[in-house]
Design a protein around this ligand. Structure first.
Ligand code: MLT
Length: 406
């Protein structure tokens, strides 16, 4: 695999033992110094912290091949040799420049952890910076009637489609896209959100149009049937998809969503938010929603997720947000659909979701024969982003239990 830039480091006298040789512990430190210098010379030494993760060393194996002396200058090459979902392994070789003698070779495995020590998938930027394969990641533009959608595709296998919530974009599924290696993962930005264009110039995007866009994406990728996973507004899109394209649904995953339509008060709230979008912009919409979007613990322990939500909202267009608010305000009650849903269904959401609380998700589950509900602890309304490992485990168990692909 590709590597970080080579760096040259000097052996200092204080790193040497009584015989004047670079000592073992100092050699490890020297390799660590070289890694950070390499990162600084490449993607930046803050590539981990700006992605909200830290590389925790889990295993080090080192072979000391020859002695180095004070004043020797070593070239350290760093190569990525293995990549897991949450871990990666680097190999470092330190060679004395003057005579090309190999001094030491080490292999180190790191696990990416978040601020509270939980393993998390290796962020995309780190994957790229370390030259690791991105798992066949591809972002395609798919032209649909009156729109141009950004669609991220990873891996091969049966199709697993992710539809984001409001006012977010496909990056909210980053941890799900990084896992599920036996599936073709497909995440789109709905029109007017993320990097997708198209909302005006014709009838405003409504949920049916979004559902047809999802079907058009499947057509463009040559996918006949898929497991569809939608969060909140993405769940409303799934109901529309079921109304219009039920034969293309292999299974459904509803995350942090509900079947009922807006109450009168809810409809008024949509109009107020639309006015906020018009007058103050889309980031202001996220600002109004944030206090109820993430669990309190998430906002405190993972501040980068607050930033991520703000950034996603900032990428949405005013027209896209206003159209989505109108679409959600006017959406049909989907409770009458539930009894007719005849595919395996999972409902999963944050135990602390303030927007679609567990009781609401339980009611959705109860309406669908054989559906199962899992409440994920310490997560709010964006559970897949807040508690990725827990959500991925639940989703993985569900996918494993599906009847063989037809
Ligand atoms: C979402 O996350 O998509 C929204 O909270 C949905 C809604 O406001 O009904």
């Amino acid at each position: 695999m590709n590597s970080l830039p080579d760096v040259e480091v000097s052996v200092y006298p204080y790193e040497c033992d009584a015989f004047g040789h670079l000592n073992q512990a100092a050699c490890l430190q020297l390799l660590e110094r070289a890694r950070w210098e390499s990162l600084a010379a490449g993607p930046g030494a803050d590539v981990f912290t700006r992605n909200g993760v830290w590389p925790a060393a889990r295993h080090t194996g080192i072979t000391y091949e020859a002695s180095a002396l004070p004043g020797d200058v070593l070239r350290v090459e760093t190569e990525t040799v293995k990549r897991g979902t949450t871990s990666f392994t680097l190999r470092q070789r330190a060679t004395r420049i003057r005579d090309q003698v190999l001094i030491a070779e080490a292999e180190l495995t790191f696990v990416c952890i978040d601020r509270i020590g939980r393993p998390v998938p290796v962020p995309d930027e780190v994957v790229r910076a370390l030259g690791m394969p991105t798992g066949g990641r591809e972002v395609r533009r798919v032209r649909v009637d009156g729109g141009d959608l950004a669609v991220e595709i990873r891996g091969t296998g049966p199709a697993l489609v992710f539809v984001h919530g409001f006012p977010l974009d496909r990056s909210m599924w980053r941890h799900q896209m990084a896992g599920f290696g036996r599936w073709q993962r497909i995440a789109l930005d709905l029109r007017g959100f993320g990097h997708s264009a198209g909302h005006g110039g014709g009838p405003a995007a409504n949920l049916a149009r979004h559902a047809d866009d999802v079907a058009a994406v499947l057509d463009a990728l040559g996918v006949r049937r898929a497991v569809l996973c939608g969060l909140s507004m993405g769940g409303y899109v799934l109901f529309e998809f079921w109304r219009r394209h039920a034969d293309r649904v292999r299974a459904l995953v509803f995350a942090d969503t509900k079947a009922e339509a807006d109450s009168a008060e809810g409809k008024r709230g949509r109009d107020e938010l639309a006015a906020v979008a018009h007058h103050e912009g889309t980031a202001a919409v996220a600002e109004r929603m944030l206090p109820r979007m993430l669990a309190a613990a998430t906002a405190a322990a993972q501040p980068e997720l607050v930033t991520a939500v703000r950034e996603m909202a900032g990428r949405a267009s005013v027209e896209g947000v206003v159209a989505a608010l109108a679409a959600m305000r006017d959406r049909a009650d989907s409770r009458e659909l539930l009894a007719g849903i005849g595919v395996p269904t999972l409902v999963v959401g944050g135990a602390e979701d303030a927007l679609t609380p567990p009781a609401v998700m339980r009611a959705l589950t109860d309406g669908i024969a054989g559906a199962q509900f899992v409440a994920v602890p310490a997560a709010g309304h964006v559970a897949p982003l807040e508690q990725p490992l827990a959500v991925n485990r639940v989703l993985s168990d569900f996918l494993e239990g599906l009847p063989a692909h037809d």
